[in-house]
Design a protein around this ligand. Sequence first.
Ligand code: GDP
Length: 538
Amino acid sequence: MASGSSYAQQVRARRSFAIISHPDAGKTTLTEKLLLFSGAIQIAGSVKARKASRHATSDWMEIEKQRGISVASSVMQMLYRDHVINLLDTPGHKDFSEDTYRVLTAVDSALMVIDAANGVEAQTRRLIEVCRQRDTPIITFVNKMDREVREPLDILDEVERELGMPCVPMTWPVGQGKSFGGIINLRTRAMTVFEAGSERRPQDFETIALTEAGALRARFGSEFDAALESMELATGASPAWDHEAFLAGRQTPVFFGSGVNNFGVMEVLDALVDLAPPPRPRVSTMTVNRQTVERTVQPDEETFSGVVFKVQANMDANHRDRIAFVRVASGRYAPGMKLKVQRTGKELRPTSVVTFMSQRREAVEEAYAGDIIGFTTHGGVQLGDTITDGATLQYTGLPFFAPELFMTVVLKNPLRTKQLQQGLAQLGEEGAIQVFKPDAGGAMLLGAVGQLQFEVVQHRLKAEYDADVRLEGCQYTGARWITADTPQDLRTFTDTYPLRMAHDAANALAYLCTSPYDVRLAQERFPKIHFHPLREHA
Ligand code: GDP
């Protein structure tokens, strides 16, 4: 996309999507092939290298690697058919699901990879739920057709049930496993013939028009007729393709293929350009003089704005800086621009601003809505922060989930208190863990959604802040953020439960629970208090 063209043109040419799957379905392989065939990287294998420790001996090794991965290439940009495509990877481990939810707030669509033998698996199901809540359009890729897998009709049926929306097949497989013959493109009415191997460029696969039925039958025998029959059943049972329904998250286009064999990949890349949506308007919500002021911000307006959806400490322990990943919501970012953090009203002075071209980080030249840029800073930015060129805007919607697991932090060497506090503050801001400071004093509480988060934090406190800590169990089993309509109502409540009150890293007030009944009882006693299981950054 030539620079200098209008904002509207730039926005129209942008696609930002997240790739989601259950581990081992083939996400890494597909990512690599998408990058390869868009022309973003020259050498296949470079994406693979970064997940070498998949089957590492301990969970710990795996997370450490994941952290490395997420820094190196959680965001990749490719150029394809005059479009700028931003691909956002999502962490594989379920204990980091919160990160994934936040990534999903930064994209306009999702690509769901399914293993054709396993169908929709546990982790995919959770991710789908989040997409559904946000009405994120989903493109489905059914992978591993070169294996002995389930019947395509059966898979479609399951996807429909799990997604709660109809599938519209875009391609259809002929055979599978050893007799996998290829895919029929329902639009072009032509069959692309499968050949195994990872050397072939997608455009080199042989294509035969369906009108040459005789030749196809001669070559693929009964598999071809069976495919035609099931294809007809599938198209008969599914609604006609409706682009608007897809954009509203009410239909998913389905593609079949084999990532490792480069097969069916180009169809997905084309779908991202042809079907996936460009960035959409976002709503800024602010409270001014106790009034809610809403403003719909168009992606192609001049005002630069964006949201921090991820904060990552530098992997290199010698550099204490952090990268704030910002999804651009509107306007154009250009180097040297003055930036304001809405929450504090302060100017953000990044030491560098980078973009993510496949594996490399490069100084950003310009960025438009849909792009992801990384601000390297020494602080002053938190997850969920809105950053603008000075305009007064506030986006909400970055979710924090009420922790389900709690530990107290005990410092082994009391002289390291300052380091501990700094470490916890920074890890809290990154969203690696939630940190609660009890109002009544006492040890800091760590709250997590997944157990591994504790391990990461304990390790990082030691490695990065030289604070050796012990984590101890405590009586809390949950938390709810609380608000009330009047300060008086809130005070009555906090006065009743002084020992249960805590403030989190964003200084939001929370009520700590010791059993599932807690909230119910408190709610019954105090009907005017609102208990929130989810906090959206405001
Ligand atoms: P991820 O965990 O979802 O990122 O999955 P990977 O991309 O690492 O793939 C998991 C395993 O499945 C690897 O051994 C891949 O080589 C293999 N794989 C990926 N795609 C295919 C495919 O289309 N066919 C076959 N047979 N194996 C595949």
